[in-house]
Design a protein around this ligand. Structure first.
Ligand code: HEM
Length: 506
């Protein structure tokens, strides 16, 4: 019996050793320094704990380019901001779709659009983003969002004039989720649903709740946990998909061009109904997951700084002077020129994005190739490896942004109060100094709409309300546990007091 056990243990041990050896990778000539970390998991634990800290420490040790093993994958980090454009332009050797589509398919459960059955028509679907979120259609979306924001705010405004207390995050999520949802997916036509349930405010609250449950599970899903093991997230995703079935969407009015055209395209692709609805959940997530925390931080930092609040209010009053404050028959209007002229709000939003954004840009090497960096140095990249850019390194670099962790509302304004776009490192002007929306082929197509939405939100809440944070002395720091996924949320909510303004200020 004992000898049988010894044989079994030896076999298991040998297999284990063979597995470790097979997992071990040797650095080849010309390749960047390799940080292997622990067997199998590499530096996954350090990365999960503090990605920015890990990248900064490794850069100090090994220089601007190095390869780390994270969750059994090899990531080559390019940390020199001047080499950023060189990576972004490498679409011949680096693939974005492969990683993004695999990830999206796994998390949202939609079809594999890279499959030859779909890829031609999916390219057409992809082109809808730019055709409907940018250029002239952007104006229409911004107007629709403005109307929806006022409709949502209007419900709260009908209360009496005393102070109301609510968590700032709750306040922001509640208003922005509903207005953003209505802008893209249209308004309920007021009909009863097929199951006899009357939909409206309650459905919206349920959708917002489902969205937050699903979104909270995102770090686990991104780390590779199958959604089947996160039942609340799976249930929430499927409940959202049910709301976004084409049969439900056909009952809604004022659907955005973006969603209408995606519906038409998916109908032509003959996806099954649940598959179509899951692509709409994906779009809902893309449109809200970053916008909600970005709106939170923009308002939070404004309310914490007397200087920022005064400058923002003064800009809002300049633009809206002469408009009625509390007349439901005369809603606030904002032309494109007026929105564009609000440089103080834009600087506040950009500064909030700089402080809270922690996305990672990933490309997959299509083949072995040599990447030439800005310094002229060359590095060999291995087929199948991930190339990663981490914009937070730029956003929090003290050479580029003095006092990088401090909120300065006018950081993106020049002496004349106009947009500032000249930022330097080592005396050289940077092309990529603020990258919360990614860059190159994967650059967020909704970036102009996102900034407009937040501008409109800030304008309206500063116009309609007096707002105060309960405790302005506690410094909230963005919650790093979602690093890599975009805009970091606050670690907790903070109490907001607000009341309806009664007179038009100067
Ligand atoms: C503050 C708000 C937002 C931020 C910070 C943000 C950020 C980003 C980033 C970093 C990416 C690229 C991801 C990558 O490189 O893998 C992205 C992609 C995307 N975003 Fe946004 N986004 C925001 C708002 C929006 C909005 C409002 C919409 C639509 C209404 C939107 C639609 C999309 C879409 C469709 C993609 C995928 C593009 C593609 O596959 O080529 N985003 N976003």
């Amino acid at each position: 019996m004992a000898s049988f056990l010894i044989v079994i243990i030896s076999v298991v041990l040998s297999l284990f050793i063979v597995w470790i050896c097979g997992d071990w990778r040797k650095r080849r000539t010309g390749e960047p320094p390799l940080v292997s970390g622990l067997p199998f998991i590499g530096v996954t634990l350090d990365y999960a704990r503090d990605p920015l800290g890990l990248i900064r420490d490794t850069r100090k040790k090994y220089g601007d380019v190095f390869t780390c093993k994270i969750v059994r994958k090899y990531f080559t980090f390019i940390t020199d901001p001047f080499s950023f454009s060189l990576v972004v332009r490498q679409s011949k050797n680096l693939d974005f779709q492969k990683f993004a589509m695999g990830f999206s398919q796994r998390v949202f459960g939609h079809a594999d659009f890279t499959s030859p059955v779909f890829s031609g028509s999916y390219r057409e679907v992809h082109s809808i983003f730019r055709q409907t979120l940018q250029g002239p259609p952007l104006q229409e979306l911004a107007q629709s969002m403005l109307g929806n924001l006022q409709a949502v705010l209007g419900r709260g405004l009908s209360r009496e004039h005393g102070w109301v207390e609510e968590g700032l995050q709750n306040f922001t999520n509640r208003i922005m989720f509903e207005a953003g949802f209505l802008t893209l997916f249209g308004r309920d036509a007021g009909l009863l649903r097929s199951d006899g349930v009357k939909c409206g405010k309650t459905c919206m609250q349920k959708a917002a709740q489902d969205f937050l449950v699903f979104d909270r599970a995102f770090p686990a899903l991104a780390a590779g946990v199958p959604i089947g093991l996160c039942m609340p997230a799976w249930r929430a995703r499927e409940a959202l998909a049910e709301e976004l079935l084409h049969d439900e969407l056909h009952r809604r009015n004022c659907i955005s061009d973006l969603i209408q055209r995606r519906m038409d395209a998916f109908d032509r692709m003959h996806l099954d109904e649940t598959g179509k609805a899951r692509t709409h959940v994906c779009m809902l997530w893309a449109s809200q997951a970053n916008t909600l925390p970005a709106a939170f931080w923009s308002l939070y930092y404004t309310l914490r700084s007397a200087e920022a609040l005064a400058a923002a209010r003064s800009e809002v009053h300049r633009v809206l002077s002469g408009q009625a404050l509390n007349d439901p028959d005369r809603p606030v209007s904002l032309s494109r020129e007026q929105l564009d002229s609000m440089t103080v709000l834009e600087s506040i939003i950009e500064e909030a994005l700089r402080l809270s954004s922690a996305s990672i840009m990933i490309r997959v090497a299509k083949d072995n190739f040599t990447l030439t960096l800005d310094s002229g140095e060359t590095v060999a990249i291995r087929k199948g490896d991930f190339i990663a850019l981490y914009p937070q390194l730029i956003h929090l670099d003290p050479d580029i942004y003095p006092d990088p962790t401090e909120f300065k509302y006018n950081r993106f304004l020049d002496e004349r109060g106009e947009r500032k776009s000249n930022f330097f490192k080592n005396g050289r002007r940077l092309k990529h100094f603020l990258v919360p929306f990614g860059s190159g082929v994967s650059e967020c197509p909704g970036r102009f709409f996102a900034v407009n939405e937040i501008k409109e939100f800030l304008t309206l809440v500063l116009w309609f309300y007096d707002l105060e944070l309960d405790d302005i002395n506690t410094d909230l720091v963005p919650d790093g546990t979602r690093a890599g996924l975009g805009i970091l949320p606050p670690p907790r909510d903070v109490l907001l007091k607000y009341r309806r303004r009664t007179e038009t200020a100067g």
